[in-house]
Design a protein around this ligand. Structure first.
Ligand code: ADP
Ligand code: ADP
Length: 227
């Protein structure tokens, strides 16, 4: 479980990006953060994996303060998927997926085999393994991004607008496939989107953020649709 306790972030220029966030992302669920551009979604994500530090409050992973977890362990335990995939441009697809496990000391053969399995799981067959990111469609790049985020079998997954950069048909397809994958792997996920339809479709629960980084409400999709 990922817990935010009174978490705030004020940037050095005085911008309040996140303001007193209290939120729990339960294990095995998809918690969606939804809200307009600038409401602090990306800032919230980047605080979880400590790319930036909160100015106040704390974030815990299964009860352990992220401030007390070393960077390598955080990297291994939290998968991160961003918009436009952020793949390494000079590495092949399979090397993109195997890069972190290799860095963490995994053997070449074993990490490649594991990467091939993961690519298969996100719907990319072996013919994609040796391509470079620029040889893939946007949707295919996002699939590789998801496979790469899963490469250390992390219990936690942060997904920042993972399906926003592709056209609506590919988006719906990626969403459906991702829900099927999650039914199987049961990761503890925080997913950020500005798209309320995506939030309702993917979220086990939905946290609605307002401008100024304040949490407006947390509810299940069913509760939100009733209101
Ligand atoms: P979202 O992901 O919801 O679009 P962000 O977390 O990116 O929101 O940004 C929240 C607020 O913080 C915005 O007002 C944004 O302009 C501001 N912000 C983001 N990064 C910085 C930064 N490095 N320095 C100052 N302000 C920032
Ligand atoms: P989408 O509409 O899904 O973004 P694209 O039109 O970008 O799809 O790509 C369609 C197909 O062409 C995909 O299978 C993709 O892998 C392949 N493709 C796209 N760009 C290249 C390229 N530069 N070299 C080789 N194959 C490519």
């Amino acid at each position: 479980m990922i817990e935010f306790e009174r978490v705030s972030k004020t940037y050095p220029d005085g911008t309040v990006a996140v303001d007193g966030l209290d939120l729990t992302a339960p294990n095995g669920e998809i918690t969606v953060l939804v809200g307009p551009s600038g409401c602090g979604k990306t800032t919230t994500m980047r605080m979880v994996n400590r790319l930036i530090d909160p100015t106040e409050g704390r974030i815990t992973l299964d009860g352990t303060d992220t401030a007390s977890i070393d960077a390598v362990t955080l990297r291994r335990r939290i998968g991160y998927v961003i918009q436009n995939a952020g793949l390494f441009p000079h590495r092949t697809v399979v090397d993109n997926v195997a890069a972190l496990p290799r860095l963490l000391g995994g053997g070449k053969k074993q990490t490649r085999a594991a990467a091939m399995d993961l690519l298969e799981r996100v719907g990319l067959d072996a013919t994609f393994a040796k391509r470079y990111p620029w040889q893939l469609s946007g949707g295919q790049q996002q699939r590789v991004g998801v496979a790469r985020a899963l490469a250390t079998d992390p219990p936690f997954l942060l997904m920042d607008e993972p399906f926003s950069a592709v056209d609506p048909i590919v988006r719906a397809q990626l969403q459906d496939e991702f829900l099927r994958l999650q039914a199987d792997i049961s990761k503890t996920i925080i997913l950020v989107t500005h798209d309320i339809d995506e939030a309702l479709k993917l979220g086990d629960r939905v946290a609605v953020l307002r401008q100024g980084g304040r949490l407006a409400q947390v509810a299940t999709p069913a509760e939100l649709l009733e209101a």
